[in-house]
Design a binder for this molecule. Structure first.
Ligand code: UD1
Length: 416
């Protein structure tokens, strides 16, 4: 087990390029399995979740290899197995997309309940409700989802909650169903749109992605495609917050500034300067931040995945901030660790109340999930002295070469 040791107090400066979006990558890989030919995916991040997905699909008979230029080739010619290994499936949340893909391709699937970060109850009832509407019979036995369909028929599905996972899974399964599927109250996240674009390039007929009604007309066959994944807005948000938190001056490159509007707006409220320009954002910290209130919401609201880093940053704000988490009720595990570093934060129900302090002090802390790890990195960068973050394998699930990128900005950080 490795840990990250940070010596805090450095002002971050320089330029950093953001990798491809994790949550798009883990949908694009299973989508490529639907094709008859080889797909090439550009900007696929080199992160642990992608490596686990690669292991899973290789077990299913699919060839997936990164070329020297970084582009990933996915050739599903040998795809025949409908039972991905349970031990690997449990390592990540996005393995639920295998259900949609296996059903679309073979009409049956046996997939263990997905794993992923421990951030609250993570039901998949909306995925199941959608599959059943399309004619799938589903049972859950000993933690394994068994699904079978004689024929997939398009249907109307109204999602009771706005779910990214259910929206994408239904798009995957409906691409090759007979007739038209309508998803109402669909998630509008940019990676939903990115996946629809990729599937349409493969020959699918998906309209309305990015709005709350998506229409999918089933087609008989999909072909391989070339697709470049959109930038990771949460990695970008992490660097933006780090710049503001250290009084730094960073240019975050390879971003779509529009996708970061809610983060930009909040950082500006705290007093940081954010300049948008084409495909980069420049963020300058301006001393102690003003306290602000944050409420997480589905896109285009403030992203839940940036809540934990933001909570760390607000620990040093001038005044009291209220951060309300509406998406994941258990997403405050980082708070206990922040307290070890001197943060005055308490949680009441779904709200973290942060009474700003002038500074944090380094401590030994534990990353309990991916974005908790990102929050502790921000805290460690701000703190006086050394911070040791254990559980860094959670961070590796979603950040590509984190210590290398932070070090290039002047952070004093090493993995031991
Ligand atoms: C995805 C992201 C995750 C992000 C989340 C919300 C991936 C791999 N992960 O997770 O980083 O935090 O979107 O932006 O893309 N829900 C149900 N029933 C369901 C499905 C979801 O009640 O069948 C609820 C969840 O408990 C949660 C809310 O809906 O409260 C949103 O979940 P969802 O958008 O599905 O999250 P994921 O797709 O799992």
């Amino acid at each position: 087990m490795s840990k990250l040791v940070i010596t805090g107090g450095q002002r971050l400066e320089g330029r950093v390029a953001v990798s491809g979006r994790k949550n798009a990558a883990v949908a694009m890989i299973p989508a490529a399995l639907l094709a008859e030919g080889t797909s090439t995916i550009e900007n696929l991040p080199d992160i642990q979740d992608v490596r686990v997905y690669q292991d899973i699909v290789q077990h299913l008979g699919v060839q997936m290899e990164r070329r020297e230029d970084g582009v990933m080739e996915i050739n599903p010619a040998g795809f025949s197995c409908t039972q991905p290994p349970h031990s690997l499936v449990k390592k990540l949340r996005a393995s639920y997309y295998l259900l949609g893909v296996l059903l679309a391709k073979f009409g049956e699937a046996e997939v263990a309940m997905p794993g992923g970060c421990d951030i609250g109850v993570r039901p998949i009832d909306q995925h199941i409700k959608g599959f059943e509407a399309l004619g799938v019979e589903i049972s859950i036995e000993h933690g394994v989802i068994k699904a079978k369909a004689r024929e997939l028929r398009g249907a109307s599905v109204y999602l009771d909650v706005v779910s990214v996972g259910a929206t994408i899974n239904l798009m995957l399964v409906a691409t090759m169903a007979k007739g038209t599927t309508i998803i109402e109250n669909a998630a509008k996240e940019p990676h939903v749109v990115d996946l629809a674009t990729c599937l349409n390039t493969m020959g699918a007929e998906i309209r309305g992605a990015g709005t709350d009604i998506i229409r999918i007309r089933g087609v008989k066959e999909l072909h391989g495609c070339n697709h470049a994944i959109i930038p990771d807005e949460i990695e970008a948000a992490t660097f933006m917050i780090a710049a503001a938190a250290t009084g730094g001056d960073i240019v975050v490159e390879n971003v779509i500034p529009k996708h970061l509007d809610p983060v930009t707006a909040k950082l500006r409220e705290t007093g940081a300067e954010v300049e948008e320009n084409g495909d980069y954002l420049r963020v300058r910290g301006n001393g102690r931040p003003r306290a602000v209130n944050v409420k997480t919401l589905p896109y285009p609201g403030f992203p839940t995945d940036a809540q934990q880093p933001m909570t760390a940053f607000l620990s040093i704000a001038d005044g009291t901030s209220f951060v309300t988490e509406t998406v994941w009720e258990g997403r405050f595990k980082h708070v206990d660790e922040l307290r070890r570093m001197g943060s005055k934060v308490k949680v009441e129900g779904r709200t973290a109340i942060i009474e700003g302090v002038e500074g944090l002090t380094g401590a030994q802390v534990q990353a309990t999930d991916l974005r908790a790890g990102a929050a502790l990195i921000i805290a460690g960068l701000m703190a006086e002295g050394k911070t040791e973050i254990c559980g860094i394998e959670h961070v590796d699930r979603g950040y590509e070469r984190p210590e290398e990128k932070f070090r290039s900005l002047g952070a004093v950080m090493e993995r031991v």
